[in-house]
Design a protein around this ligand. Structure first.
Ligand code: NAP
Length: 265
């Protein structure tokens, strides 16, 4: 299969490129800086915030291969800190990267997939895309947006033989934690006293989380599957449990549980 993955410089993208290449697929991946290249993987330059570079990356794959069977919308980043203190520029960066970046790539591959009458678009959401995480409010918002557009898209493109899949990872140890843009200023801490404790607690959960190779193996199965599900939660048992708990528990109780889990006092 011809597979295009966004953001293969580190984390999930790198692990998926390695796994899918080893599985015998033709793998193209985007980067926005020089990186050590995996043998056999084709590297393309693209910034998901730049529509022209997104279109150029997709055109390059189509020119070389004539088709794209799978798009993996993986590239993303996070901002952290209280909603009240998030600079507007950071909020825009968050939405432009995580939401609009996926929209741009989906729109760029859809004409070719429609002509083919087949294709798979995997979009990276998060457990934070199904519940609002404290001090990651805009990260959650960007992933809720991904969930919403994918829910609609899957219905629209079904008749063209295109499948849309949401990937909802829990905590994984990748470059994501180090790349997070944080607002933990003295003013923010004065207003939200548990901020530092909460941020260091969820960052520790990420850094001691599952390895990206685990997710890459799961994604490789989804890529192979003729009839994939719409949603895959890839996480520890406890993290997976939080999703049905949100549905089952009274809203107030669920908020208490999340507050405890995230050390928010
Ligand atoms: N790690 C977790 O616990 C976790 C949990 C749930 C969901 N996720 C999601 O998983 C996806 C991958 O993240 P990761 O954990 O693998 O983090 P990562 O190691 O930081 O990798 C993120 C990738 O996205 C790329 N990227 C960021 N901004 C970009 C832009 N504007 N244009 C092009 N590429 C860009 C990065 O490129 P550079 O190296 O150039 O920055 C990098 O290749 C993200 O969508 C994230 O939200 C992660």
């Amino acid at each position: 299969m011809i597979i295009l993955i966004t953001g293969i410089s580190s984390g999930f993208g790198l692990a998926m490129a390695r796994q899918l290449n080893a599985d015998g697929h033709t793998v193209y991946g985007t980067v926005r800086r020089d990186v050590e290249q995996l043998p056999g993987v084709h590297y393309l330059r693209a910034d998901v915030r730049d529509t022209a570079s997104v279109q150029a990356a997709v055109d390059a794959v189509l020119a070389a291969e004539g088709r794209i069977d799978v798009l993996i919308n993986n590239a993303g980043m996070g901002i952290g800190g209280p909603v009240e203190f998030a600079p507007e520029a950071d909020v825009q960066l968050q939405m432009d990267t995580n939401f609009m970046g996926q929209v741009r790539f989906a729109q760029a591959v859809l004409p070719a997939m429609r002509k083919q009458g087949s294709g798979k678009i995997l979009c990276f959401s998060s457990i934070g895309g199904v519940m609002g995480l404290p001090f990651q409010g805009f990260y959650s918002a960007s992933k809720f947006a991904v969930e919403g557009f994918c829910e609609a898209l899957q219905i629209e493109v079904r008749r063209h033989g295109i499948q849309v899949v949401l990937i909802e990872p829990g905590d994984f140890s990748t470059g994501f934690t180090a790349a997070r843009i944080k607002q933990v200023s003295d003013a923010a801490v004065a207003a939200y006293p548990s901020l530092r404790q909460s941020v260091s607690s969820f960052e520790k959960d990420e850094q001691t989380g599952l390895k990206p190779e685990y997710l890459a193996r799961k994604v490789a199965k989804i890529v192979r599957s003729r009839h994939p599900k719409f949603r895959y939660v890839i996480a520890t048992f406890i993290q997976k449990l939080s999703i049905p708990l949100k549905r089952i528990l009274p809203a107030r109780t669920f908020v208490r549980v999340l507050s405890l889990f995230y050390d928010v006092k």
